[in-house]
Design a protein around this ligand. Structure first.
Ligand SMILES: Nc1ncnc2c1ncn2[C@@H]1O[C@H](COP(=O)(O)OP(=O)(O)OP(=O)(O)O)[C@@H](O)[C@H]1O
Ligand SMILES: [Mg+2]
Length: 459
């Protein structure tokens, strides 16, 4: 069964009320009991002193009748208080059911309880005192008793009232608790209502946290934070889709256009081969975009680099530069390696070369022929940074953080005039390679020098 907060609160309120009222009731009950007992004891002692004083002064049967009369007067009609006098001489006896007293032990202070059939089975709380002989009267024992019946009735009535009050109070607390829980949980319903109203086509909507209690506004803020990230990811995805479509459109248009032109009229084998050759270039371009995107998609899923080798980084850098020998010679550009030549790193060699190649490619593309490029190797904590610097136009600071975004190009128009054939995925791949190695990327551009770098684990 699903648990409801309201039910739980109501049950907890009820238990708390029950415990509280029971404790208070028990305390009141014991106070009342003690007070009633004290009251009875006072009553008993007063009567005992009173009669004892009279009996002590009486030594003959004639005057004893006066004592008897006094005791008669002091005995109320309802028999609430009673007197008994016992002794060896029956002339100085008083009270009904005297035989019963032979059976009970009155204790040192003469306190006790006695139940007498002669008095309708009533129980009496008693005190007694021994009175010394005088003249004809032998020593007697005076016993005073008060009926405990009313005492018990009072306690009983009190207990019933208490139980009734406790139950009613618990019921009342449960009702109030239900109401409190309903009112208290109303913001939660409002929140879930708002959350239900959220739709993917209105991703910018947020929960209104300000009107909520503190506890829930934290929840709403956390939820809104999740929505922010979702919205950002969603927008990125949408932009990415648009970019992909845009990137694929140009090579496809070229393919179609070229093919249409080739087919427009009969052509010789040489012409057709040229057309096919140019189609092949476009197709390779398409393949490279698709391959790069597949690679980025895998990296996105958090795939880590495998097949790691510990290498001397400077050697790998050198081997990578060798691939560019032809391009470099052609443009008269030179590359030198700077920094810590003996630094070692744990890398997937193929991925590392791919990343470094992309950086070198960019550096060559963005510098004038004959420039001097530099590849730097620098140790930092437990990472090694590899940077490629080239002289060239400074990139505005606003672009720097976005360079590693997919399809991001600082000057998008260059793409269309045919001078630059990049699709803006090179640096995204550098970042993916760094991510796969648990590394990071950085780009700085100042005073006509641009330096783009990434890090891999090592030291
Ligand atoms: N060394 C550099 N100097 C100046 N601008 C650069 C440099 N490296 C990158 N950029 C800028 O960053 C953009 C993104 O670079 P990236 O390598 O990701 O894409 P690309 O070179 O345009 O295309 P691809 O590398 O996919 O062929 C480039 O278009 C360019 O504007
Ligand atoms: Mg590039």
């Amino acid at each position: 069964m699903r648990r409801s907060i309201t039910t739980r609160l109501v049950v907890m309120f009820a238990l708390a009320a029950l415990v509280t009222f029971s404790l208070i009731g028990a305390a009141l009950y014991s106070v009342l009991e003690r007070e009633l007992s004290r009251h009875q004891d006072d009553d008993l002692n007063t009567n005992l002193q009173n009669i004892r004083y009279s009996i002590e002064r009486v030594g003959d049967p004639e005057r004893w009748t006066r004592v008897q009369a006094k005791m008669d007067t002091l005995t109320p009609a309802d028999g609430r208080v009673r007197f008994w006098v016992l002794g060896d001489d029956p002339r100085f006896h008083y009270g009904k059911g005297l035989e019963a007293f032979e059976r009970i032990d009155q204790g040192a202070d003469g306190r006790g309880t006695i139940s007498l059939p002669e008095h309708g089975g009533h129980s009496y709380r008693t005190v007694s005192a021994r009175i010394e002989p005088l003249d004809q009267r032998p020593a007697v024992r005076l016993i005073v008793g008060v009926d405990v019946g009313p005492f018990g009735q009072t306690l009983h009535a009190f207990l019933s009232a208490l139980a009734l009050l406790t139950l009613s109070a618990v019921a009342l607390v449960m009702l109030l608790g239900y109401w409190i829980a309903r009112v208290g949980l109303r913001p939660l319903q409002q929140l879930s209502g708002e959350a239900q109203a959220l739709r993917p086509n209105a991703l910018s909507q947020r929960l209104q946290g300000m009107r909520l209690p503190v506890e829930l506004s934290d929840l709403a803020n956390a939820f809104n934070g999740a929505l922010d990230r979702l919205e950002a990811a969603y927008q990125q995805l949408e932009a990415f889709n648009a970019d992909v479509a845009h990137e694929l459109r140009t090579p496809l248009a070229n393919l179609i256009g070229g093919t249409q032109v080739a087919l427009a009229r009969p052509r010789g084998a040489a012409e057709l081969r040229d057309a096919l050759q140019s189609n092949l270039e476009e197709l390779e371009r398409l393949r490279s975009i698709v391959n790069d995107m597949l690679f980025l998609a895998r990296a996105d899923q958090g795939e880590a680099a495998v097949g790691l080798d510990e290498v001397v980084l400077a050697q790998e850098v050198e081997k990578t530069i060798e691939f560019f020998e032809f391009v470099l010679d052609e443009s008269g550009t030179t590359v030198r390696i700077e920094g810590e030549a003996q630094a070692r790193a744990t890398i997937n060699v193929a991925l590392f070369r791919r990343a470094l190649s992309n950086l070198l490619q960019n550096a060559i593309e963005h510098s004038v022929p004959g420039s001097r490029l530099a590849v730097g190797i620098a140790r930092q904590a437990d990472a090694v940074w590899v940077s490629v610097s080239n002289p060239g136009a400074t990139i505005a600071a606003a672009h720097l953080p976005r360079l590693f975004d997919r399809f991001y190009r600082v000057d998008a128009s260059r793409h269309d005039d045919g001078t630059h054939r990049g699709h803006g995925l090179g640096l995204a791949i550098v970042k993916a390679v760094a991510d796969m190695h648990g590394g990071a990327v950085s780009a700085i551009s100042a005073d006509g020098t641009t330096t783009v770098a990434f890090s891999v684990p090592g030291g």
